[in-house]
Write a protein that binds this ligand. Structure first.
Ligand SMILES: NC(=O)c1ccc[n+]([C@@H]2O[C@H](COP(=O)([O-])OP(=O)(O)OC[C@H]3O[C@@H](n4cnc5c(N)ncnc54)[C@H](OP(=O)(O)O)[C@@H]3O)[C@@H](O)[C@H]2O)c1
Length: 239
């Protein structure tokens, strides 16, 4: 389905990003993944190379909070694979504490990763998507961006801002054939909130979100689903 296409997945070493990279590889794309730690990058790369062979996977250590690292990673991807067709802005972190107790470092880590990182990566990728005559930018947001809760001020604000960023960018570039969408998952079974455990069976599987990403990319050109919400179908009953 995506044979000949090149994708760049931030935070592709585990969780939703890893599942998305795998789904893209299974459909014929070549994929660059980024992460900040060598250990997650090595493990993720090994898993992906089992799926698609070594040549289809390019691991790059790049922190989305640093524009120079992001630009370098995008340029390396384009030089390595010959172009860029899709950017999946997936890297994201949470810090959950009330505003009175939150440190400046926690605030900056969340906002710099979840919001500024998406700007840096999109800014670096756009000229290359344009050079191909179009492509996709898919941002992994969260239902938390629409449903704020106590203790989630930084995370919820970062995702609400990401939603606004995505909608503005979508309108800026859709005439150029660049399709911007954002996905808002509910709870997903990853290590995002600490190690996933046996009480998490009700949560979405990372593959469920990956499926949305590839469905968005396979969608007919004449229409643009720009925002997708996805939630567990049977969460624990509250009432
Ligand atoms: N899990 C959920 O319930 C849930 C629900 C809704 C939305 N989301 C969103 O889905 C996205 C992925 O979450 P996940 O659950 O898959 O998280 P995860 O399992 O913690 O994986 C996060 C990925 O991002 C990478 N990463 C973290 N900080 C980075 C940075 N500064 N630069 C580059 N890469 C970085 C991590 O690798 P390193 O640690 O090696 O850097 C890892 O590959 C996030 O945007 C999150 O907000 C998650």
């Amino acid at each position: 389905m995506f044979t000949g296409k090149v994708a760049f997945v931030t935070g592709g070493s585990r969780g939703i990003g890893l599942a998305t990279a795998r789904a893209l590889l299974e459909r014929g794309a070549r994929v660059a993944i980024t992460a900040t730690s060598d250990s997650t990058l090595e493990a993720g790369t090994a898993a992906l190379r089992d799926v698609a062979g070594a040549a289809a996977v390019l691991p790059l250590r790049a922190d989305v909070r640093h524009p120079d690292e992001v630009e370098q990673a995008v340029e390396t991807t384009v030089a390595h694979f010959g172009g860029l067709d899709a950017l999946v802005n997936n890297a994201g972190v949470g810090a959950f504490s009330r505003v009175a107790e939150m440190t400046v470092e926690q605030w900056q880590r969340v906002v710099d990763t979840n919001l500024s990182g998406v700007f840096y990566t999109s800014h670096a990728a756009l000229p290359h998507l344009r050079a191909r005559g179009g492509g996709w930018i898919i941002n992994v947001s969260s239902l938390a961006g629409a449903n704020p809760f106590p203790g989630g001020a930084a995370y919820c604000a970062s995702k609400a801002a990401l939603n606004a960023f995505s909608e503005a960018l979508m309108q800026e570039v859709r005439q150029d054939g660049i399709r911007v969408s954002y996905v808002m998952p509910g709870s997903v079974r990853t290590d995002f909130m600490g190690a996933a455990g046996q009480h998490d069976e009700w949560k979405l599987d990372p593959q469920d979100v990956a499926q949305v990403v590839v469905d968005l990319m396979a969608h007919p050109q004449r229409s643009l689903p720009s925002r997708v919400e996805i939630r567990p179908s049977q969460p624990p009953r509250k009432h």
